[in-house]
Design a protein around this ligand. Sequence first.
Ligand SMILES: [Zn+2]
Length: 462
Amino acid sequence: MLRTFFILVVFSISLFSLDNSEILKRANSYMKTGSKSDQFLAYNDYKNLYLRSIMSLDEKLRKDSLKGIVKSGIALHIDISQYQEELSNLKIKTTYNNPASKPLKKSGGAKNIVLKSSHKLKSINWLNKDKIVLKFDKKLQKNQINYFTLYDEKNKKYRYIFDIHASMLTKSQTLRKDGVKRIRIAQYKPNTLRFVIENSKKLKIKFNKNSNSLTIHIITKITKTKAVNHVQIGLNRDKIIVIDAGHGGKDPGAVGYRKYREKIVVLKIAKHLESFLTTRGYKVYMTRDKDKYIELSNRTAFANKKKADLFISIHANAVGKKNAHKVHGIECYFLSPSRSKRAERVAAKENSAYVSEMNMYGKQNFLKFLNHAKTTASHKLAIDLQRGMLGSLNKHYKGVKDGGVREGPFWVLVGAQMPAVLVEVGFLTHPIEAKRLVNDNYRKTIAKGMANGIDRYFRNNR
Ligand SMILES: [Zn+2]
């Protein structure tokens, strides 16, 4: 916990009892008051909706939330240029005549829709027996392709999914390959092509975007030899990750239900994450691997020294008794020079707790350490981590709450020279969540989700 009650209580309580359209309505009404603090509330709502839209592949919501982020961000003087860019890309590509945008079940459904997506699929060809090349009529943009994997444990089904912002003019197609159960491409939404590879055994999928084509490499035999691969994807081996289990030693962090202590819970999760990542080929360092006190600034300094590619700080949260039964959920934070009054207040609280370190950097100046590219990368990482954790947990646990991706001037992340994220794995004060957080299966599941998120991050940001 990083003394973030103030924000958490305000934002977490009501958010997930509301559905998307209610939140959108609320955010829009905040924007009408003209007050800065309302605009900040709206900004956070839009950000949360944006994350949901990505997770649910809801294009309309994505557009609405992006519009909101841009509008509120401008009002708050927050740099929202990346969202603005994404929105303008969307506007160009999503003019179609069917506002309902229902997923098309079968190829026959495409008849009624006039597609005006700027990208069209021209051909699908096997390059050799392992590689499929999808050719489009125009150069593909990076954010046009969304790759993710799903595992259906009950039916033992692995699904590797590419959602491509484009349209196909022909019917859906099924492709065949030895050792793969099913490969199919179809118009999933009026502006989204979905390419799905399905199998009962794990496959290795690599892909490569090159101008107007997307090459998908399906590897059925997963060998452990380090084959030299000209596709150059999945280069986990080069990546260094520093995992930071929050608190430790004299600093117990949050103390919650039945006196469960944050420093213990987060260290266990950190160790599971270390083991998952090591297995997947990453080089991993831990700021602490036992119950030891470490100054905050030494944690990021350690990551800088190790030349880490990512810094992940793991924490657990808490609220006062009054709200203990209400507030729960998982949140990811990234450091951002948010200039709102509210963020400044949280920063001030953080800083008062670490006076000695404050002097080192200088009280008002720490936001100067922020760099825009890093903030954007951290934001992306936070989204991938959040999505990974929820995806993994939702397979096995009910009622896991998505507290969203948030930003703020968090002290532990200041000074990191690489994308850095702070994960709040849940509330130790919430009876159910606390019981889960002391259960090792739950901890393993959440750590696995983080590892999936990290994989995803590196797949998309190389
Ligand atoms: Zn903490």
